[in-house]
Structure formats: C-alpha cells, structure tokens
Design a protein around this ligand. Structure first.
Ligand code: ADP
Length: 617
C-alpha cells in the first residue's frame, strides 16, 4: 500500500534518476536516497526512512523540470561518507577529495563550538558540500549563531576553495536592526562585486549574512537589494553558498538564485558515526565526560527531548551553564540537569517561561483531566524513539488542543499544567495582539512565534482568544478577511510542517468553538475540549485548592454553603473570593475563615456580576 507514502524526489542527473528507479525493492528509502544527489519537495519525513522502496511510491523528477522558486528540502538525514568507495555520490568534480573522518568519541574530555556544530550537523554539512562540489549554489537557512562555524566546516568538506564575503561588524546585529547601515551595505556590495569578478573556476563564494545584505524579505525591493539580486544573477555561473536566518528571510527573487535550499534547525536525536554510520546519541557526543560524571544517573537517551529545539552551540552553552550551576553542590542528578536546561531556555527567551502549575492545582474537571491525559500519552508515545509505526502513520494524533468555554474556567491553567507535565516551557500569546491590520504582518508574527517555540522545544504556545487569529475563513476577499485567511493558512502550514520528533504543542482558548475555522478541527490538528462552568464537585475542589493556597481555614458547613452560593460562577470568581478574604485579613484583620465575612463577600460578588450583566444588556 502506498497511500500517503508518496515521496517526490528531485534528481540532478539522469544517472541518479535511473539508479533510484533501479534500487532493489528491499532497500530502505534512506539507503536508496543516499546513493545520489537528491532533494525533496517536502521536508523529509523521518518515518519513511526505514520503509522498503517496494512499499512506497517514489516519484522522481529532474531538477530542470521544476520551477526555480520552489523551495526544496534535504533528502536524507544520514551522511554518505560511509558508503563503499565508488558508490559515493556525487563525485567531486574539482579539487582534492574531502578529508577522511574519524570516529566520534563518546563523552569527550572537552568540546568546542566548532566541533559541536560539525558533529550535530554532519549529515547536512555533507549534503551541502556535495552540492557545492557539483557546482550548484546553496542557500542555507539557519540561526546566525551557527553561521560562523558552518561556513568553514562546509568549505573543508567540499574540498574546494572558498572565498568569504567579510562578515559585517558587530553594530549590524540583527537584534538591533534588520538591515546593515546603508553605508556599510554599500561597502559590502562593492566588495561582493569585486569578489564575483575575481572568483576562479572551482572556487565558491560564501555570503554569511545574505539576509542582512538584502535588507530582509520586503516585497518592495530597495535599490541596494536590487543591486544584490542583479549582481548574483549576472554571475550565475559562480557557485555561491549563502546563509540567511529564518526569522529574517530573503526576498523570494533572491532566494530563487539558489538551486538548493537547505534548512538547519535545532539538534538531531542521533548523529551517524562517520566511520560506520552507526547512530550515536546526541546525549553521548555533545556531553563531556566531566559533565556526565557530575550528574548522577544522567540518561543520554532522554537528553534530546530537553534540547531538541536548541542549535548545537546553544546545547553546549546550556551544558556549560548547568555544569557551573551545579559544580560543588551535593550530588546533583540527571533530573537536576534537565530542570536547569529548562531554566536556561526560559532565560534565553523573553517570552517563554517555566510553568509552575500542576494538575493537582486544578480543582475538579476529572473527565477533562482524563481526556487530556489520554491525548498526552498518545502524543508522548509518538515522540518516543520506539514509536509505534501504525500510530505514526495515523492521522489521529492532534498537534494541540482548543479549550472552549466561558472565561475564567481555567483554560489557561490547563495549558500550563500540560506544559509542566511535558517538562516544557510555555508562552501565552493574546490572539488579538497577533492580529494586525496590515496584510502580512500577522503571518510574520505567527512564523516568528513558531520559530521561537521550536527553539524552546519542548514547548507549548497558548493563543488566548484563538478565534481572533483562527476564525472561520470567509470566501470574500475584502481587506480584513484576506488578512484572516492568510493567518489561518500560515497556522496550517506551521502545524503540518511540524511532524518531527520534537515535543511541541499549541493550545488555543476561545469562548465559542463555532468561531474557529473548521480546517483546524481535523483530528490531526486540534482536539476541541469543552471546559464549562464548574459543577458542584469542581466548585468544592476549587474552594479547597485556593483555601489551601491562601491558608484559610474553612469549616465543612461553610464550604457546603459556598458550593451552593457559587453556582454558575467560574474558578476565577471563586479564586478572587478567597483572595479578597485573605486580603481583608491581612489589611484589616477580618478573620478570613469567618462565615459572616465569607457570606458578605459572596453576596458582593453575586451583586457585582448581576449589575455587570444588566449594564451590558
Ligand atoms: P481562562 O483561561 O479560562 O479564562 P484562567 O485559566 O486564566 O481562565 O483562570 C483564571 C484563574 O482562575 C486561574 O489563575 C485560577 O486561579 C482560577 N481557576 C480557574 N479554574 C480553576 C480550577 N479548576 N481550579 C483552580 N483554580 C481555577
């Protein structure tokens, strides 16, 4: 059966295409793809790697047949150097052969950033180098932090001589401004012109910050950007290796200049050993011996879950940070290490935080808790290394939840408890804040939010008032709905593009499920869960949770009365009731657990809600 197992492959030569079609039906997809220079139309789905060629539908097209502005993806996350001699593909067309590689040590004594990047991205580096050897230009989308290390590593693997367009000085840090100062861009342009003119056959040019040089992804090209585009197209005979950060991007016209586009993000779970291709755990090769020895019971298998979204340099920073935090302390454990890494990630990002709510802090809602628990078990199962093949193939695994129900019923609270259970960081975003009246702005924000969430993986993004961004799409094409439609489309792209084994979840909250675009409610996207007003059992539990929190002693009969008096009130109402009782005691010495005091507060709350309802009628 090949249903859903079609792979569209782009081949660079007829020989490669013939070889792929002629691959033995018993070979795995990964093996077949390793045997030539291929790119894919979709991001590589790791689940397909180990299937037999006979069980999938391989559609092979020639690169000349596809439009240049279509993004293409790296074919196999496994390097080729372990292939027997003579089968290596593609063969270098110029320059000396790439240097031989040595086995990767487990738990090395020490590790610098260059080696960390080289180890974690070995497969990608090899693929990029092989394209360069074939005379094809490559655009690499990756975080700025790794560019400085990647350039030389790729050049070394390619065996070709590289010329680097000098990196811009500090003051053009992308955080400070999207573009280089004008004068500086002009100087760089002059330099680019010079280098392109002088570039010899067999050499290639590295442009480390193509995004800054081009001035961002603007549709409206300004004069310098036009000049970059013109220069690079005028010299299309030259091989160029350019880098752009995914959060900045490039104008499409410039990106189209590159035959292959390859994205590097986060860190892989395993890296193949260069000598025998054997998969080696990231938690074994990016962790040093002193680090492993410090944390008792450290589990290298678990490591990836906690650093999946970090690039290798960040992984090393996190490890160094954790090492210094715990050195000299009494017997830190592997669990302490993972907690510290989570804290490190939260510090790295202004918007992600470490949640401190557990399911025990949420009163009542047993069915909801059970439903979430079941769904999480399935999701966690699918991110495990030994995930069930059938389950992975099924479309029943949601990417997230939509909690719907009246305000104040603990929807955000549930999201935080989920993040806590997943050992994840969390970011709460207000839906209306993402919505922007300018067409295109909202999509950009969504792209950025997801990029940050991936970096912080395992992570949870919560969109409060989700309907503001994920509202039903309309057929009309007026200004407002066009912006909304594009945002839903962007959301779908982000959700569907995220099938990697990285724990990441989206939670949307809304008062009304019917406001949400139906496309998002498919089983493979969001699972809708209703969180209504608390029933008697839940109200009692919520009263107890907050009484404990505010250290208020309530007599059982008083709790009974409160449960009766708070019918149709939300958890938030009950919480503020007990908070007011607590504040009254602190400020005015009124005993918080007194039935008269509580009775008065309940009466006041119910009156306030009634008045509010009447005034809004
Ligand atoms: P929503 O997202 O549904 O508007 P929140 O999750 O922000 O509501 O809830 C607001 C506050 O109400 C929470 O911080 C918590 O103090 C309280 N609360 C709501 N539901 C519960 C519950 N089931 N158990 C304990 N506290 C609750």
């Amino acid at each position: 059966m090949t249903d859903g197992r079609q792979i569209e492959i782009i081949a660079w030569s007829e020989a490669d295409r013939a070889r792929l079609y002629g691959a033995p039906r018993t070979a795995t997809v990964a093996e077949a793809l390793r045997d030539g220079a291929f790119l894919l139309r979709q991001p590589f789905d790791r689940r397909l790697a180990d299937l037999r060629v006979g069980d999938v539908d391989l559609v092979v097209r020639m690169q000349a047949d596809i439009s240049l502005d279509e993004p293409l993806y790296r074919a196999v996350p496994v390097p080729r150097q372990a292939q027997p001699p003579g089968r290596q593909a593609p063969a270098p067309s110029a320059g000396p052969p790439p240097p031989a590689r040595e086995a990767v040590p487990s738990f090395p004594e020490q590790l610098n950033d260059r080696s960390a990047v080289g180890l974690a991205y070995a497969a990608e580096i090899e693929t990029i180098a092989s394209f360069l050897r074939q005379g094809l230009s490559v655009l690499v989308s990756c975080e700025k932090l790794v560019v400085e290390q990647l350039g030389p590593l790729i050049a070394e693997r390619s065996g070709r001589q590289a010329v680097v367009l000098d990196t811009p000085p500090e003051d053009s840090d992308p955080g400070a401004s999207l573009m280089m100062p004008r004068s500086q861009r002009q100087r760089q342009l002059a330099r680019l012109r010079e280098l392109l003119r002088e570039l010899k056959d067999g050499m290639f040019l590295i442009v480390p910050h193509a995004d800054l040089l081009a001035g961002g992804p603007d549709n409206q090209l300004n004069s310098e950007t036009r000049e970059v585009v013109e220069l690079l197209y005028n010299h299309s005979e030259h091989v160029v290796l350019a880098f752009a950060d995914p959060s900045i991007g490039l104008p499409e016209v410039l990106a189209s200049r590159f035959t292959a586009r390859i994205g590097l993000a986060g860190s892989p779970r395993t890296v193949p050993d260069p000598v025998d291709s054997h998969p080696r755990l990231l938690g074994e090769v990016l962790v040093t011996r002193p680090e492993r020895e410090l944390f008792q019971g450290y589990d290298p298998d678990e490591f990836h879950k906690h650093v999946a979204g970090l690039n290798p340099i960040r992984v090393r920073q996190a490890m160094r940070y954790a090492f210094h935090q715990h050195r000299g302390r009494e017997k830190p454990t592997g669990l302490d290490l993972f907690k510290t890494i989570r804290g490190f990630k939260a510090q790295m990002s202004a918007s992600f935080e470490v949640p401190n709510v557990s399911f025990d802090d949420i009163g009542g809602y047993h069915e909801v808790k059970k439903e979430i628990d079941d769904a999480l078990k399935i999701m966690q199962g699918t991110t495990a290394a030994d995930a069930d093949e059938e389950l992975l193939q099924s479309d029943l695994i949601p990417r997230g939840f939509i909690f719907h129900g009246p305000p104040g019923t603990g929807k955000t609270l549930f999201a935080k408890a989920i993040a806590n259970r997943l050992n994840a960081t969390i970011m709460v975003v207000s839906g209306p804040e993402v919505t922007d009246k300018y067409v295109g702005e909202g999509e950009r924000k969504i792209r950025e939010l997801f990029a940050e969430a991936r970096r912080n993986a395992p992570s949870v993004i919560v969109f409060d008032e989700f309907d503001a961004i994920a509202g039903r799409r309309t057929g009309r094409d007026d200004g407002g709905s066009r912006a909304g439609n594009a945002m839903v489309a962007q959301l779908l792209t982000e959700l569907d593009g995220f099938r990697e084994q990285v724990p990441f979840l989206v939670v949307g909250t809304t008062n009304q499920l019917t406001l949400i675009d139906p496309a998002l409610l498919r089983p493979s996207r969001f699972r809708g869960i209703r969180i209504g007003e608390p029933d008697r059992i839940a109200r009692r539990a919520i009263i107890e949770v907050h009484a404990r929190r505010f250290k208020i002693d309530l007599a059982p009969q008083l709790i009974d009365l409160m449960v009766d008096a708070t019918e149709l009130r939300s958890g938030d109402d009950i919480q503020s009731l007990l908070r007011d009782a607590y504040v009254g005691q602190k400020l005015h010495g009124r005993p918080a657990g007194d039935s008269f005091v509580i009775g008065e507060l309940v009466g006041r709350m119910n009156r306030a809600i009634k008045e509010h309802r009447e005034s809004s009628l």
